[in-house]
Design a protein around this ligand. Sequence first.
Ligand code: FES
Length: 148
Amino acid sequence: QKRQYHEKVLDHYSRPRNVGTLDKTDKSVGEGLVGAPACGDVMRLHIKVDPETQVISDVRFKTFGCGSAIASSSYLTELVRGMTLDQAAKVKNTEIAKELCLPPVKLHCSMLAEDAIKSAINNYYKKNPDVKTTSLAGREAKLETAAA
Ligand code: FES
């Protein structure tokens, strides 16, 4: 029989992981706040980053949105905890959509989660400009190598 939502969505929706907020006045906390233009749903994501290793040590979310958006953010928090910022920046919404078996009309809900982690990472870099310099330099070097 065909259900409207996959059971993985229902699981995350009914028992969302890592709901809440972190202290955003903390320099090691990055905040992502994004909205989906298509439906007006909003997601807030906080990441706490270990300044030594650039590893995401804690992550919390609050999503005012549909079941798929809540499930996407809940799954995202499990996915990125323990990742470095560079690894987390590469998380794609398609990866989330695949895990949760989201149908095409719900793809933008997982996009919200990808946007939220990118936005949180950017915010962290903004609060910690020294990190940004090294990381950006590294990325530019990689691009140059790829172009050469
Ligand atoms: Fe807009 Fe899901 S319907 S985030």
